[in-house]
Design a protein around this ligand. Structure first.
Ligand SMILES: [Cu+2]
Length: 411
């Protein structure tokens, strides 16, 4: 080993182990890997139960053709392994889609991410919601750092880096916060393109005593823990766009990458990378405590209103049934489902709902007795009929501001 390399290694070891912790040291072995991803593995619109041949909207995103990629894309994602040999992959729930594995820690803990890049471009891992120093930020920008402080900024193909993150009291959930806060991690060499390519995953930081000692740790305070990314994933930004055109379009030469209709066909209105109800079932028991960790990423189109049909959510101490999600916002919602059945989660933004941003969640009774009906109020009846009417948006007939008639042509 050259003297310079030895110095780097020593400085790196110093930076890794010098943070004192009274909590656990949580090691995660993450490999960055290429994969093929299908946004609609069931091959149909599950919400309307239509085949693609009978559904012009769904097929405009999902059917491949002469100059259309269709439902499958090459992506690059984070995968978790059991140790530093990166040979045994740790399974994750199917509903997580292409998201990376769940990372979790308590206040006082240190998270060590052993990242290895098996893909063909430089990538990193950059977290939200935890403490890190310059050697563990994972973001490439001109911050004046150099030497070993720069090694985290871009991990080349075949390279690796250990990122050291911690959860000091300054980053802890407050008394008024839920037991675990919702965060994410993602690659940040070119963040918009890295994330569109698939490099994003969930992270939670919890109050002390929330996680049990199992591997992986389970939360003691809730019965179910779900993570949903609402994002119009823009495959036009993916590093693999040219690859995907070459692989999936039957006449790649006919593709015009600047064509608006082609670009629209690659904007996948997804929840965890699934569209049109293809998200594998999110199952839970009635009367149990459910934590929903919701987050958004993307562009100005990524204004999402996630409506959980049939149940009530609690967000920041308020009851609601819709969660507001914007790019890089992280929402922790709690639910105690009251009624069993299959229920819809849909983004209420019209064009998003129409373009497939919907999924099902299933509440089973799990032999839990329903709560005793304690309603003591009145029964209030309303008799409502639907009518067709003629509606006039300007009944006074003139512009109230200018006084000019609304009826004259050209006004
Ligand atoms: Cu939306």
């Amino acid at each position: 080993m050259k003297a310079g390399h030895l110095l780097w290694a020593l400085l790196l070891m110093h930076s890794l182990w010098s943070i004192p912790t009274d909590g656990a040291i949580r090691n995660y072995y993450l490999g960055i890997q290429d994969m093929q991803w299908n946004y609609a593995p069931k091959g149909r619109n599950v919400i309307t139960n239509q085949t693609l041949n009978n559904d012009t909207v769904a097929s405009s995103f999902l059917k491949s053709g002469k100059n259309r990629i269709g439902s499958s894309y090459k992506k690059t994602v984070y995968k978790e392994y059991s140790d530093g040999t990166y040979t045994e992959e740790i399974a994750k729930p199917a509903w997580l889609g292409f998201l990376g594995p769940l990372l979790q820690a308590e206040v006082g803990d240190v998270i060590l991410i052993h990242l290895k890049n098996f893909a063909s471009r430089p990538y990193t891992i950059h977290p939200h919601g935890v403490f890190y120093e310059k050697d563990s930020e994972g973001s490439l920008y001109p911050d004046g750092s150099s030497g070993y402080l720069k090694a985290d900024d871009s991990v080349p193909p075949g390279g690796s880096h250990v990122y050291n993150w911690s959860i000091p009291e300054s980053h802890a959930p407050t008394e008024a916060d839920p037991a675990c806060l919702t965060w994410i991690y993602h690659s940040h060499v070119d963040a918009p393109r890295d994330i569109a390519t698939g490099l994003i995953g969930p992270l939670i930081t919890c109050k002390r005593g929330t996680l049990d000692g199992n591997s992986p740790p389970q939360r003691k305070d809730v019965d179910h823990n779900f993570f949903l990314l609402f994002s119009v994933i823009d495959e036009n930004l993916s590093w693999h766009l040219d690859d995907n055109i070459a692989t999936y379009c039957s006449d790649p030469a006919s593709v015009d990458k600047e064509d608006g209709a082609f670009q629209d066909s690659n904007r996948m209105h997804a929840i965890n990378g699934f569209v049109f109800g293809n998200l594998p079932e999110l199952s839970m028991c009635a009367q149990k405590h459910v934590a929903w960790h919701l987050f958004g990423m993307g562009n100005e189109i990524d204004v999402h209103t996630a409506f959980f049909h049939g149940q009530m959510l609690s967000i920041r101490g308020h009851h609601t049934d819709v969660a507001n999600i914007f790019p890089a916002t992280f929402v922790t919602a709690e639910m105690v489902p009251q009624k069993s059945g299959t229920w819809l989660i849909s983004c209420e933004v019209n064009s998003h709902l129409r373009s497939g941003m919907q999924a099902f969640y299933k509440v089973d009774s799990c032999s839990m007795d329903p709560p005793v009906d304690q309603l003591t109020g009145k029964v209030r009846q309303y008799f409502i009929q639907a009518h067709e009417i003629q509606w006039d948006y300007g009944p006074i007939g003139y512009d109230g501001r200018t006084g000019k008639s609304l009826r004259e042509p050209g006004r």
